[in-house]
Design a protein around this ligand. Structure first.
Ligand SMILES: C[S@@+](CC[C@H](N)C(=O)[O-])C[C@H]1O[C@@H](n2cnc3c(N)ncnc32)[C@H](O)[C@@H]1O
Length: 357
């Protein structure tokens, strides 16, 4: 039974062959920690099964089908769960439809999802485009939705490896090369700071450099009145920083010691599809790593309702999470199971779901 898998220690992915909407209806409420998927494009690709989504004449019908599946995804997600949706756009009569946003907005307005991020996946290379009247399309959207305002999020998995500070000839040099020498000169020569402000600026700068030396922080920037450009509003009414600058004459921006957070534009080259027998969609494993590590707890369950060749499941498995993939084409499941190396006894999971009734 599927619920036995959820409570077991077995993390080997399970694939269920069938129409996602029908299969999901068999799932209990609140059983999935995190879902990630890339549904079929509308009007672009031909999949092996005639009932596949994406072949509708009218894109509105495609949107309706997506919404009814995502309603089920929402039901099966735990209250602190996340749903990452990578969805491609399509043209109709030369008009870029904006399908990803049409779907996302309706999910928020009609189903109550909360959209936390819209990540631009920059495919860097992209496919060649021979049209003579528009740019090459090289990005897709990846939306991060949550079910409620409080949700599981491991921010440490969203940080880049921090650069390290070092000591050179006895002087400390921050991760990005800040030594404090330039700041000291700016303070000394300042015609804006009072003597008292200069004294406390020197004092605090020395303390910050000490904390870089001790490894408490790896980097910092100093904002000195009349010198550096500020990123905040200059109004002392709206910005605490502007107020600090006005009264103290300076402030510090200290970088997080665990590294900077990833931004919402990701450069990921689509996987090389040459080596794969069946692969049709450029959905790389790297696209799944940050979503799974940040929003699925270590003992959690990942769901992909359009699992194709099983990339989401492969990444979940590699990171020690349980996962369930739903896919209409048995051919793709066979390939995914072979790719991941699924034991024979765990194949053909459809039976287990329906037998449980
Ligand atoms: C863009 S591909 C997913 C690719 C996948 N991320 C991978 O790693 O290969 C979309 C998949 O959805 C499947 N599909 C289409 N309609 C479906 C439906 N109604 N229920 C379940 N799967 C469906 C297609 O067969 C196809 O494999």
């Amino acid at each position: 039974m599927i619920s036995d898998y959820f409570t077991s220690n077995d993390i080997e992915p399970r694939f269920i062959c069938g129409n996602s909407l029908e299969v999901l209806k068999e799932f209990p409420d609140n059983c999935i920690d995190m879902a990630m998927t890339s549904p079929p494009y509308w009007g672009k690709r031909e999949y092996v099964i005639a009932e596949s989504i994406g072949l509708e004449k009218d894109y509105n019908e495609y949107i309706e089908k997506m919404l009814s599946i995502f309603e089920q995804v929402q039901r099966v997600l735990k209250i602190n769960g996340s749903f990452w949706l990578n969805i491609g756009d399509s043209y109709l009569n030369k008009n870029l439809l904006g399908l990803p946003w049409r779907v996302a907005i309706r999910m928020c307005d009609e189903q109550g999802w909360i959209l936390r991020n819209s990540v631009v996946w920059n495919k860097v290379k992209g496919a060649p485009d021979n049209s003579l009247d528009k740019l090459r399309n090289v990005h897709e959207m990846l939306f991060h939705f949550v079910k409620s305002k409080k949700y599981y999020y491991d921010v440490s998995a969203a940080r880049k490896e921090p650069l390290k500070a070092k000591v050179q000839n006895g002087a400390v040099v921050s991760a990005t090369g800040v030594t404090g020498v330039r700041y000291k000169r700016q303070i000394e020569l300042s015609t804006v700071l009072t003597d008292e402000q200069k004294q406390s600026a020197f004092f605090e700068l020395t303390a910050v450099l000490d904390s870089v030396r001790n490894g408490e922080i790896e980097d910092f920037r100093m904002i000195i009145k009349g010198q550096q450009r500020t990123t905040h509003s200059n109004s002392t009414k709206v910005s605490g920083r502007a107020k600090e600058l006005e009264t103290k004459g300076f402030y510090f921006l200290k970088y997080h010691p665990d590294g900077a957070k990833l931004g919402d534009v990701w450069d990921i080259i689509p996987e090389d599809t040459q080596g794969r027998k069946l692969h049709f969609a450029p959905y790389p494993a790297d696209l799944c790593r940050t979503p799974i590590l940040t929003t699925c707890p270590a003992n959690g369950v990942v769901l992909d309702p359009f699992s194709g060749t099983g990339t989401t499941m492969a990444v979940a498995y590699e990171s020690g999470r349980k996962s369930v993939g739903i896919e209409i084409a048995q051919e793709y499941i066979d390939y995914a199971e072979e790719r991941i190396g699924i034991n024979e006894q765990n194949q053909g999971f459809l039976w287990s779901v329906y037998q449980a009734k």
